[in-house]
Write a protein that binds this ligand. Structure first.
Ligand code: ES4
Ligand code: ZN
Length: 330
């Protein structure tokens, strides 16, 4: 079988995925037209041509502009449906989906609209295709902790209605200058409520942010974490405790975290015994869905089929599925 076919056939979970980052330019234009929103780009092609980033911030500026076309429940449903269908085509059995409610509530979109739209697609795909998925509500770290806390409190009345889907919280957006310590109280609150905890750390920020996300926020998984290699003692701890890293190779390439994929540390960390997983992050912006990420790494880093199978297995093991559901895919 072809390498792409082999990868597609591996049962896998996607654990690091921003749903707003799955909006393809075609859908951005369709939703803008439907909602009467003017875009500063003449066409799908000129928008796509703008996807050349120098760092995380230059990407985030475009990503938040793209998300501004999401207004109605139908919009959130269409976006989520398109992603889940694409993920299923890659052999994804389970997806843990981050969303940024603050990007939408700041524009006057109701929290309920966001949840309801995503939930319709997620529940439909569970029923019709057996694809399971969960939601991780992610806080924007360039905003204040108080705003994060208000966002959590705003979502809490919906917890019961979406308790089959909403299992955890995350932390994303501009990392440098917005360390984990800034969010100790809101993570403490979410932990007390029984939510699962993740945070972006060590993407552009230093290894100390990974350590502090673990020690001060008590997160269970690190999103990215590639800077951990700069601190050998931390790296040893990640290996010993098997703390999952949700690595996003094509994202790191597009945002210039690594100059080329052959220099990416994913294979080194995997071969040290770290609980590494492969994910797409914002696939519409970074040039590939999860299968593309596996395939690009296989080529650039010389991953064997056994290593690719290990990465897929890690993704199931590192998921927030319960043990019985994990066993179906392990
Ligand atoms: C993100 Cl790649 C990345 N890093 C931090 N925050 C994000 N939000 C969406 N994509
Ligand atoms: Zn991310």
């Amino acid at each position: 079988t072809s390498l792409a076919g082999f990868i597609r056939g591996l049962p896998k979970a996607e654990l690091h995925l921003h749903i707003e980052g799955t909006l393809e330019p075609e859908l951005i234009f369709a939703l803008a037209r439907r909602n009467g929103i003017a875009l500063p780009y003449a066409s799908v092609d000129t928008l796509r041509a703008a996807y050349r980033f120098k760092d995380l911030q230059s990407f985030l500026d475009l990503y938040y502009a793209g998300a501004s076309v999401l207004v109605t429940e139908d919009d959130f449903e269409a976006m989520t449906q398109a992603y889940l269908e694409r993920a299923q085509a890659d052999g994804v059995m389970h997806a843990e989906i981050m969303f940024d409610p603050q990007t939408h509530t700041a524009r006057g979109v109701a929290m309920e609209t966001i949840f309801a739209g995503m939930a319709r697609a997620m529940r439909r795909m569970r029923e019709s295709a057996g694809l399971s998925s969960r939601l991780l509500l992610s806080f924007l770290r360039h905003l204040t902790e108080q705003e994060a806390m208000q966002t959590l409190e705003q979502a809490l009345p919906l917890r019961e209605r979406y308790d089959d889907l909403w299992v955890g919280i995350g932390l994303d957006s501009s990392e440098r200058g917005n360390p984990p310590e800034k969010f100790v109280r809101v993570f403490e609150r979410a932990r007390g409520l029984g939510f699962r905890l993740v945070a972006h750390a060590g993407e552009e920020g230093p290894a100390s942010y990974v350590r502090n996300a673990l020690d001060m926020l008590h997160v269970e998984r690190i999103d990215h974490g590639v800077a951990s290699e700069q601190d050998p003692a931390l790296m040893q701890r990640l290996v010993r405790a098997q703390i999952p890293l949700t690595v996003c190779p094509l994202s790191n390439l597009k945002l210039c975290v690594f100059p080329d994929l052959a220099q990416h540390n994913l294979a080194r960390m995997l071969r040290l015994g770290a609980m590494v997983t492969v994910n797409s992050d914002d696939p519409a912006y970074f040039g590939g869905y999860v299968g593309d990420n596996y395939l690009a790494c296989a080529h650039a880093l010389g991953l064997t089929r056994a290593e690719l199978a290990g990465l897929a297995r890690n993704s199931i093991a590192a998921s927030f599925l319960d043990d019985k559901d994990k066993q179906r895919w392990l």
